[in-house]
Design a protein around this ligand. Structure first.
Ligand SMILES: [Zn+2]
Ligand SMILES: [Zn+2]
Length: 153
């Protein structure tokens, strides 16, 4: 699917309403608030190998926001540069992975949906990097899939 057609589908499925949600790590040392509208590519379930390893999980649900939407309200996450343009932030006390932040240049901040106080608030609308999906994992929603990331077919 061409990128333009994909974005058109996303525009129909991603809510345009702003959110105001809170979350935190397992131990409570890091707390955060997210205020604003999701980016056009919205919320996604990622099957990439870096997310799998970073979270110790077969897949990771993210919601993507502009950088200014995230406010860390308590504690200071530890940063790990997992690839040249991006950092992953996690709680150094309990190890909970919290954020994926594209910093070079600043573009977007992804929030780990499972760390929201109410994880049901935002639902992924697409599965990405399904070419590295764990074979025994059966996930039927969302039905939209991308074998690679959001920028390539
Ligand atoms: Zn913690
Ligand atoms: Zn990923």
């Amino acid at each position: 699917m061409a990128g333009g057609a994909f974005e058109a589908i996303r525009a129909q499925t991603v809510s345009a309403s702003a959110v105001d949600v809170t979350g935190g790590c397992q131990c409570g040392a890091v707390r955060f608030r997210v205020v604003g509208r999701m980016n056009a590519h919205g919320a996604m379930l990622c099957h990439c190998r870096m997310c799998q390893r970073a979270h110790g999980a077969p897949a990771v649900a993210w919601a993507s926001f502009p950088p200014e939407a995230l406010q860390v309200t308590q504690g200071t996450p530890t940063r790990y540069r997992s690839s040249p343009p991006a950092e992953r932030h996690f709680c150094a006390t309990c190890g909970t992975p919290l954020f994926f932040i594209w910093t070079e240049p600043p573009r977007y901040t992804d929030i780990a949906l499972a760390c929201l106080d109410d994880p049901a608030t935002i639902a992924p609308t697409v599965q990405i990097w399904t070419d590295s999906k764990t074979p025994w994992l059966e996930i039927t929603t969302p039905a939209a899939t991308r074998p690679h990331g959001l920028t390539s077919d």
